[in-house]
Design a binder for this molecule. Structure first.
Ligand code: ZN
Ligand code: MN
Length: 476
């Protein structure tokens, strides 16, 4: 039986502003608990919140980058619920009128580009953070209370775990490009909730929507979706259905676990926040913000294709992260060969970053050094294989390629006299291979080249070895 999965995401993103959203406390991660607080973010009676202009600016930047339409009025509302890390008993958020309406993000699927539309983006304050100790105590750190958040809510346009992952990758990349958030899931600056159900495409019977809260890695998002897909289908197949409920992902058990029955919107008793009057937004300010946006991944990809003559795929990979795209262009400042640079980044460089599970900016590799390495190869000072070894050493030690090549004596042997000596020696030790080659066994030639490279400790110029070897054998 055929089922279609329907997924909507809600993503909370902490904005990397200087101050919290309604007070002047610094917005910083990792400070000693409860040192970055004041009467406003502690929610003490009588304290008056004032909306931070930078927080709103960052929010609007994201809204524009995600193709949404920005509201010309900002209204803040109270969302009431009781939670130990929310001292006021309500969170200041936005209800009917979010600062950004609609929008979309495009993802690349094998069958083409798919538009995932957004329902809205609103701005709100983060809560404090509960720390559960091993002896069963719960402590609360209010440093996070009042950190500005935007909540990005998609329409239910996502149909698989893979699409969700692609969407989140793109979302994170764009947020990084525009620099409004650190988007570090491990520090909680990007958190994702999943709403999911399935529909039987023949009978049109649907399961009830389940919400999975606070997923803290993209891997967890993928696994939780796959787990829920299966659970929903199994229940429908058994003639039953899912409950409308909120669940959480248990990483060790590898399953979702019920937290509570779903709240209805009315449970939150939304009401306008009387402390913060509505704010009118000047159209010129929105235009100014629009103009301040950097080149976004899609535009950069198109430019890379045109300017550097790259394939669609290569340009897509190179612009995936802002830092990688900058690294690529910075390398080109030192060597004018986009194809060569792109090949090396797409190959050995990305493989190494993948193995180490780090980003380019966290590695020892510098654009100037990569360019130097490629120039050594291009000029025949070292061969390709040696180049790969030097690159590994550059990643390991951060040393420049010139230094590594000098220290290890890796300069390629292109001196014909020296090469001839090595070739003659190898041939005298492998008479049988010469006979084999003359009898039409081409493999014998490959074997001889291998022996010569080995005898030169990898330093022989391979093109020259091939050419000279043929000449010498054919003369015999
Ligand atoms: Zn404060
Ligand atoms: Mn929220």
């Amino acid at each position: 039986m055929a089922y279609k999965t329907i997924i909507g995401l809600e993503i909370h993103v902490e904005l990397a502003t200087k101050h919290k959203i309604f007070c002047n406390c610094p917005n910083e991660y990792g400070a000693e608990a409860n040192t970055l607080v004041c009467p406003i973010c502690l929610g003490l009676p009588g304290a008056l919140p004032v909306l931070d202009k930078e927080a709103l600016e960052y929010g609007i930047k994201a809204g524009i980058a995600f193709n949404g339409s920005i509201s010309n009025i900002i209204k803040m509302d109270r969302k009431n619920y009781f939670y130990p890390d929310l001292t006021k008993g309500y969170q200041i958020s936005q209800a009917e009128i979010p600062f950004c309406d609609g929008g979309y993000i495009e993802i690349e699927l094998e069958e083409g580009t798919k538009k995932i539309t957004l329902n809205r983006i609103h701005i709100e304050e983060d809560t404090g953070k509960q720390l559960h100790s091993e002896d069963g105590m719960t402590l609360i750190d209010f440093n996070r209370a009042g950190v500005p958040l935007i909540e990005i809510v998609t329409n239910p346009d996502i149909n698989s775990a893979e699409e969700a992952k692609l969407f989140l990758d793109k979302l994170r990349a764009i947020l990084k490009y525009i620099g409004v958030s650190n988007v570090k899931m491990e520090e909680g600056s990007l958190r994702c909730d999943v709403n999911i159900n399935v529909v039987n495409t023949k009978s049109n019977v649907k399961s009830n929507i389940t919400e999975i809260k606070n997923l803290n890695s993209f891997k967890a998002v993928v696994k939780a979706i796959e787990f829920e897909e299966k659970r929903h289908i199994e229940l429908l197949e058994a003639g039953s259905n899912t409950d409308r409920e909120t669940r959480r992902w248990d990483e060790t058990k590898g399953e979702t676990i019920i937290m509570r029955k779903k709240f209805g919107v009315s449970d939150y008793r939304f009401a306008e926040d009387g402390d913060i009057p509505p704010i009118k937004i000047a159209g010129e300010w929105i235009e100014e913000i629009r103009k301040s946006l950097p080149e976004l991944p899609h535009a950069k990809k198109e430019r890379f294709i045109k300017e550097y003559n790259l394939s669609d795929y290569d340009a897509g990979v190179l612009t995936q992260s802002k830092e990688l795209s900058i690294f690529f262009e910075d390398t080109l400042k030192y060597i004018d060969d986009s194809k060569l640079v792109s090949n090396w980044i797409m190959g050995d460089v990305l493989r190494r970053l993948n193995d180490d599970e780090i980003e380019i900016e966290e590695s020892n590799l510098k654009p100037k050094d990569l360019a130097e390495l490629l120039i050594l190869i291009r000029d025949g000072k070292i061969n390709n294989n040696t180049g790969k070894k030097v690159l590994k050493e550059m990643f390991d030690t951060g040393k420049s390629p010139e230094t590594i090549v000098k220290e290890k004596g890796l300069i390629q042997i292109s001196d014909e006299g020296a090469l001839k000596e090595i070739i003659e020696k190898v041939l005298s030790e492998n008479e049988q291979s010469i006979i084999d080659y003359k009898n039409g066994k081409d493999r014998a030639l490959g074997f001889l080249v291998g022996q010569i490279m080995k005898a030169s400790r990898g330093k022989a110029n391979p093109q020259l070895v091939n050419k000279m070897l043929l000449e010498i054998i054919n003369e015999r």
